[in-house]
Write a protein of this length. Sequence first.
Length: 347
Amino acid sequence: MKRMLPLFAKHVIPGRIMKNFLNGIFVVAALILAGCSEKQSVQSPTHPAGWNDVSSAEFHGKFVDESIFKSKSCQTCHGEDYQGGTSQVSCYTAGCHASYPHPQGFADSSNAQNFHAGFIRSVVKWDIRGCQSCHGADYAGDGKNPQKNCLTCHTETNGPEACNTCHGNDVNNAPPKDLSGNLLPSSPGVGAHQIHVADTSLTLQLYNRCESCHKTPLIAYVPGHIDKADGQAEIHFDSLALSGEGTAWSGSSTRCDNVYCHGAFTLQRDSSAFTFGYADSLIRGNYQPKIWTDTGGTPGSCGGCHDMPPRGHVAATTCNACHGRVVDGGNNIIDKRLHINGKTELF
């Protein structure tokens, strides 16, 4: 039987041709591998016409605005530092973003037009998580560019997410300033905040306790904390304030009604173990409606919350005889933890 030979065995290929053929294969393979292993510049356009034209409907500023200034996708081609990356197109090109990505004066508090507080308040509605795409999850930047480190200025524990970034001051988190930057008590966002959280002349129950009237989350972005609808903080009285009957807050009139802390309380003789102190069936506080933006008057006087003695109480003004842990013989409060705390604190 005749043995069949492979085709290439029947034809002798000259050595020179074979050598050139093999060299060609090696060159093609090398080019393919180089193309896979090295970063190649993106030559094909990725944006629509008008992308850099401020008058165009396709202008990229509108895209960035609609994404709430999240520019992470831009870094895919332009590089983490926006210097060009694989696209070799720098966002810092003259005539574009000279101080990219912010306008001049963005970190200058004296620049009323461009200072970032106005941008955070009006544009992103206090949600600054988009800033993390450049400034990092901890807002400390990349460790290379000091301008990207927000903690240089925002030195509080939570950096720019600290409470007093949006409201409050260097002393405490209560206004002034309020969310709109107002400083005067005549503004509802300011009102009597400082009288409540900083005044310790009568009690320590309200000292730095925002939770007396508000929900106070441990982190900024829990649902219901940052209200983008009306920009006003909701009132949620705690159990102490709600000890009065019909406790309510009116935002339109900035008025508090029937709040225990201002004398809206009743003590019933039938449920008391100290009936000897009653001249009537009830002992009542001396509550008067309070206007939040009216910070005049004398909130530190005893008569502001209850008469001396209170209505329905036996006619006696030597308060320390029964309330000796709270006041001294001159009716000076000696333990402010025990005053306006929801208890009568007898003996």
